[in-house]
Design a protein around this ligand. Structure first.
Ligand SMILES: [Zn+2]
Ligand SMILES: [Zn+2]
Length: 429
């Protein structure tokens, strides 16, 4: 297997181990405006370090917009002379009032609590960087920032609001209220803040430049050099330590029992698929009559009304993506044992798509939260959440956990072993 070695140069450089394929690369560190990608698997090693004053300012503005979104009504509607408005927290509260406190907690955590903690942490760390001394908790928060990132879903909620509007536009007169716009602004600024964060550069500012172990060199995997790279701060260090000597995060040369954990999470996700599709996701009650609707039932209703685009979005988010994700992660687990040379660019593409796409399946859960929050009109029309929604959020969470637990370095290790065996066979001929 060929390994690209970076050109030698006189500029100061960092040695970083790729967290997806373990190859050690030299990154020239005075080219601040450039992305640096791993030469073997093209995983971004270092993001451009943009103006650091702008990042906390964006995070602070996003926090203010979040507070405004919580304080004012989000959507309003009028049906049969009855007017009603709903706030973001009110929608989550209605789920809790209808015997689904866990679903309510999941919605609030992913769209409000985790993003708020992330934004506060970004502001606190940057405030600490402006002081002559380090503020308490700055290192702890820096360790947690990248771990919180996958669980922030404000952008998914904003898209879910648009899907809900299309779903209910024929049932009532809908108004977009002030919090709708502030929430969209908050979701956008949160996204911009996340894309500007450069974890390795942040640790450099907090703790100074990375120290390179004496025997490290680019072009070989860290494991081959008896080294291990910290996935969070980038520090290369000798094997044998359980915690990073620089940032104190847990270190794994390969995630322990990675495949067993992934299979267990995939089976749990698959088991959740049954109640998610068999039980109703919401129940509509009007004038004494109850009408439960499953996920597939909702898709078919859109097809009946001729709303093909929205039927396709819900079908993709609720059926194709979760099942496709379970199959894709299962395939990647098997790839770590395959005894033939694989197209590694294809495997890595599959792994990254699987990681990126998972959270978008939460659209359906958020749509339920918004519709349940709005339609509480007593006997005229009341919509309550069904058990299917909670089971479906279980599918999304367990497949996301499985994707995060999977260690793609295991596929590279297997391919490297095969290449080594092939080389030995050639020599023996
Ligand atoms: Zn790589
Ligand atoms: Zn570290």
């Amino acid at each position: 297997m060929s390994v690209l070695t970076p050109e030698p140069n006189d500029q100061p450089h960092l040695l970083l181990a790729c967290s997806e394929c373990d190859l050690v690369s030299a990154v020239v560190c005075d080219q601040d405006d450039q992305w640096h990608a791993c030469p073997r698997c093209h995983h971004p090693l270092l993001r451009p370090a943009r103006s650091d004053q702008a990042t906390p300012a964006l995070a602070f503005t996003a926090l203010i917009l979040l507070l405004l979104s919580l304080a004012f009504p989000y959507l309003g509607f009028e049906k049969s002379g009855v007017e009603r408005t709903v706030t973001v927290a009110g929608a989550a509260n209605e789920l809790a009032l209808h015997q689904h406190p866990l679903l309510s907690a999941i919605v609030l955590a992913t769209i409000v609590v985790i993003p708020a903690l992330y934004l506060i942490a970004v502001c606190w760390i940057h405030l600490s960087l402006m002081q002559a001394w380090r503020l308490p908790g700055a290192l702890f928060l820096a360790r947690w920032l990248p771990r919180l990132q996958p669980w922030m879903m404000a952008d998914v909620f904003a898209i879910a609001a648009l899907v809900s509007l299309i779903k209910i536009i024929g049932m009532a007169h809908i108004q977009l209220l002030s919090a709708f716009w502030t929430f969209a602004g908050y979701a956008l600024l949160l996204l911009v803040t996340v894309t500007r964060m450069n974890t390795i550069a942040l640790w450099q500012r907090l703790l100074g430049t990375l120290r390179q172990p004496a025997r490290s060199r680019p072009g070989l995997t860290a494991l081959k050099q008896r080294l291990i790279g910290c996935a969070w701060c980038g520090q290369l260090q000798p094997l044998g330590h359980h915690h990073c000597q620089r940032c104190n995060s847990a270190l794994h040369d390969r995630h322990p029992f990675s495949l067993q954990r992934v299979w267990a999470l995939l089976v749990t996700a698959l088991l959740c698929c049954f109640p998610a599709h068999l039980y109703p996701i919401m129940v509509t009650s009007s004038l004494g009559q109850s009408d439960p609707a499953t996920i597939i039932g909702g898709v078919l209703l859109f097809v009946d009304h001729g709303d093909w685009p929205i039927a396709l979005i819900i079908f993709a988010a609720s059926v194709l993506i979760p099942f496709g994700k379970i199959l894709a992660i299962g395939w990647l687990c098997l790839a770590t044992r395959r005894r033939r040379v694989l197209d590694m660019a294809g495997q890595m593409k599959l792994y990254r798509i699987t990681e990126w796409v998972g959270r978008w399946s939460m659209i359906d859960v958020f749509v339920v939260a918004i519709i349940v929050g709005l339609f509480q009109l007593g006997n005229i029309l009341t919509i309550t959440p069904g058990f299917g929604g909670l089971a479906f959020s279980g599918v999304v969470i367990f497949t996301m956990l499985a994707a995060h637990q999977f260690d793609p370095r295991l596929i590279w290790d297997q391919q490297q072993r095969l290449a080594h065996v092939g080389q030995r066979m050639e020599e023996l001929k």
